[in-house]
Design a binder for this molecule. Sequence first.
Ligand code: 5AD
Length: 348
Amino acid sequence: MADLVERFVRNHRLADGEEYRMLLECLKEPAAAEYVRAEAVRIRKKYYGKNVYVRGLIEFTNYCKNNCFYCGIRRENHRAVRYRLSVEEILECCENGRKLGFRTFVLQGGEDPWFTDERLAELVRSVKGAFPDCALTLSVGERSFDSYRTLRKAGADRYLLRHETADEAHYGILHPADMSLSARKQCLYNLKKLGFQTGAGFMVGSPGQTYQNLASDLMFLKELQPEMAGIGPFIPHHDTGFAKEPPGSVELTIKLLSVIRILLPAVLLPATTALGTLAHDGRERGLAAGANVVMPNLSPKKNRKQYSLYDHKLCEGEEAAEGIRSLRRRIEAAGYQLSMERGDAAGF
Ligand code: 5AD
């Protein structure tokens, strides 16, 4: 048992899904979990020192043509109050962020058909034109290779697209039949090929998830070699079929952050909002497990509540861009340095 953990820490990989599943079993042992956590912190320090990178998250549309069963802004949630920011509003969010020192903006939205390639590319050009020293990350779901190429050419630097689960059958529990894991994976390979710094990731404790599924997630991440990985606990949303499902475990999420840091040493790994939502000290615990990114919310205050992916999603205090000073205090109190650099992936 301990042998397996040791081998994982040494080689940054295991042989197969069964070994990854066993690794997660081993981490039920507190001493093993602590060993892996300490190793993850050592690796993060080696690649990124004390730096914690900041991304300003702009949730610019909550229209979505998809119907993912877990998500509060899915198409069939007719109670969601829909909004779409104008280019002017988005630029104003960036302006606010830039004044606070942000050098990465993440434009995240549902899969909103209003944003054709032309409109999105124009948006990307506007943001990059106005803030040439800032990195621009898109997170707008599945699109064609040509579409991604257009967005890359327009100046987008990075792209976040969580795979959600790397197990075919589990993917089918979380998504309607018109979505597929293979399409999702193809998008991620396309993004990598086009030179985006690419982020994949998954929810922890989503309905029906097993350790075997998580083992598949880890193997997929190892194969894809994303520059970024976003993981957070599943949290039920009251207007979804999963309203009565239990949330994912904060402890397991934290262990997985450490495992991912070891698996992909140079990965940019956020302590996510979902983690902060389930535990008041979730962000600090995420950082102490090997995470090195925080993503405060830069969306207009009037719209923040409307981007409701799950219940009680944090969008105030240190989760908000205007809370950057107290965020910095907390992060520095925990022994890190809040970096205002672009924070590209090491070696990219
Ligand atoms: N709980 C936790 N995370 C969720 N997401 C969507 N719905 C939920 C939920 N109920 C995550 C998905 C998506 C990201 C933007 O938010 O992983 O990729």
